[in-house]
Design a protein around this ligand. Structure first.
Ligand SMILES: NC(=O)C1=CN([C@@H]2O[C@H](COP(=O)(O)OP(=O)(O)OC[C@H]3O[C@@H](n4cnc5c(N)ncnc54)[C@H](O)[C@@H]3O)[C@@H](O)[C@H]2O)C=CC1
Ligand SMILES: O=C(O)C1=N[C@H](C(=O)O)C[C@H](O)C1
Length: 271
């Protein structure tokens, strides 16, 4: 029997880590080959299934990232920017496909992924759900069809433990809107309003971040003009949608040439 691709999950104890472990261990197209968390984390040394409060899965949570990633066909990584850069170096050195869901990376950190992508396939997206990736395509089209009489605002809402703002998804949507308008997001982004801000600058793309409770992830792209508004909306109510996309990416990446890819490539949504 042919062995299915082995998947190592980083940030095993995290909200996404646990969801990914559940989905990989239930998959008949992939198998769980490793689980990684930070040195000193109480889960290190325990069976990951038991640590999650279920039955044993036969995979011990490790803090030895290099060894664990080297033993996998893909590493799925939803952690934090510094950790992701470290895992990218290891994935490049070991030739393992790197699926990155981590958000909040700076431009320099994103640029640093470029050298890792010369050695292996990196698939990165601020949101791995089918719905949001479709929404980015719709946003680009609507922005291209409308002129600057329509103010573009991106409003996102997340749980109270999220550490970065605007969300990775909001930035993806902002990039899509800017691309549709033929402008650079860095020139038009308005990311923090407070105090006497003055009137809205024509052509800006504004961002608003709401944080509260256990909101999984909600995004509106608002196109507002005099007398009418269009709202494109995505509501995620279950983290399973992100994990599902990440598993697809890990499978899709097998045998792909080194380079940087995104979920639009994986889902075949390119226009
Ligand atoms: N692209 C997408 O579709 C999605 C992206 N995310 C992003 O994924 C990231 C994680 O989100 P959550 O799971 O909610 O966070 P979380 O805080 O629940 O989990 C983070 C995990 O990473 C681990 N970690 C941090 N530094 C580490 C290191 N150096 N080595 C090993 N493990 C390390 C933590 O111990 C923890 O297990 C965030 O950046 C979030 O924005 C979340 C959901 C969907
Ligand atoms: O931190 C989260 O939870 C999420 N992060 C991603 C983002 O920053 O957009 C994706 C999703 O919205 C959940």
């Amino acid at each position: 029997m042919t062995q299915t691709p082995g998947i190592a999950i980083t940030g095993a104890s995290g909200r996404m880590g646990q969801m990914l472990i559940r989905q990989v261990s239930e998959s008949d197209r992939l198998h769980l080959s490793g689980a990684i968390d930070q040195p000193g984390h109480p889960w290190v040394g325990q069976d990951v299934g038991t640590a999650m409060g279920g039955s044993a899965l036969g995979v011990i949570v490790s803090d030895a990232a290099r060894e664990t990633i080297a033993g996998a066909d893909a590493v799925i990584d939803f952690t934090a920017p510094e950790a992701t850069l470290h895992f990218a170096e290891i994935a490049a050195e070991t030739g393992v496909v790197h699926v990155i869901g981590t958000t909040g990376m700076s431009d320099d950190q994103i640029a640093a992924l470029g050298s890792a992508a010369q050695k292996t396939a990196i698939i990165r997206a601020g949101n791995m759900s089918l719905g949001v990736n479709l929404l980015t395509q719709l946003t680009r089209r609507v922005a291209a069809a409308l002129d600057e009489d329509f103010d573009i605002e991106i409003i996102e809402a997340h749980h109270n433990q999220k550490v970065d703002a605007p969300s990775g998804t909001a930035l993806m949507l902002g990039e899509a809107a800017a691309e549709g308008r033929g402008v650079s997001l860095s020139q038009v982004a308005d990311r923090g309003r407070d105090g006497i801000t003055g009137a809205r600058r024509r052509g800006d793309i504004g961002f608003t971040a709401i944080r509260g409770g256990d909101i999984v992830g909600e995004h509106d792209v608002l196109f507002a003009a005099a007398g009418e508004r269009i709202v494109l909306r995505h509501l995620a109510s279950d983290r399973a949608v992100f994990a599902r996309g990440a598993l697809k990416a890990a499978l899709w990446g097998q045998g792909k040439a080194p380079g940087e890819y995104d979920m639009i490539d994986v889902l075949g949504l390119k226009d």
